[in-house]
Design a protein around this ligand. Sequence first.
Ligand code: CA
Length: 255
Amino acid sequence: MLNKAALKRVCTFSRTKPEPMSAVSLLMVEDDANVAGTLAQRLRDQGFTVTHAASVAAARQSLLAGTFDLALLDVGLPDGDGFEVARALREHSPATALVFLTARSEPQERIAGLELGADDYIAKPFVFRELLLRLQNCLRRAQALRQSLPEAGQPVRIGRAEVDFARFLATVDGQAHSLTHKECTVLRLLLERSGTAVSRDDILDRAWSEDEFPTSRTVDNFIMRLRRLIEIDPVNPRTIRSIRGVGYLLEANHD
Ligand code: CA
């Protein structure tokens, strides 16, 4: 049993110094054999279980074969780019923390990565210790997010509404409004990634089929309707925020 002072020392310690990560499964997508070899070994030394893929195709195979707590993605790959892997990952496993590790660190590349819901974007060359600390931060955030997601059938507060996904209902001021499947899908997507920006394309991909001919404007109108339901003041939204040039963000503290 730790007393308060000892506990505080442990907590301070864990914030400042990398601690061994036990049983964290990590997918590393990297085509440079030298970088991959060294990095994989150092991460394994820290207790990570590392699966290495050297191409988009190999990464897709790994995604079908297992689930991962964390994905560390290079951008430039022989048969495509890390963004493709990120999209596949977001589709199959939205709870996986996503970090880009790349020599391409132009602002537009970083924005593209963040649009895909990346938790961090680390430029090469990197210092291993910093990489490790950042990965640990991402894992903590991902874990906190998973814990904040509603249990099946348990209503969750979003803005002024109590949303019951199982029953497709949003209750506002004691009055129940039925939600469409699409409204539930979009709210769920924003909730899964709360605290990070979700692009209009991702929203369209998740909730619309191609034969509905949606446009970015479709998403904006749709979000406007959702805001009327859940925001206290839909004109000055505080729960679903607009991120200029990207899309929308559900505040992590969404009540
Ligand atoms: Ca590369």
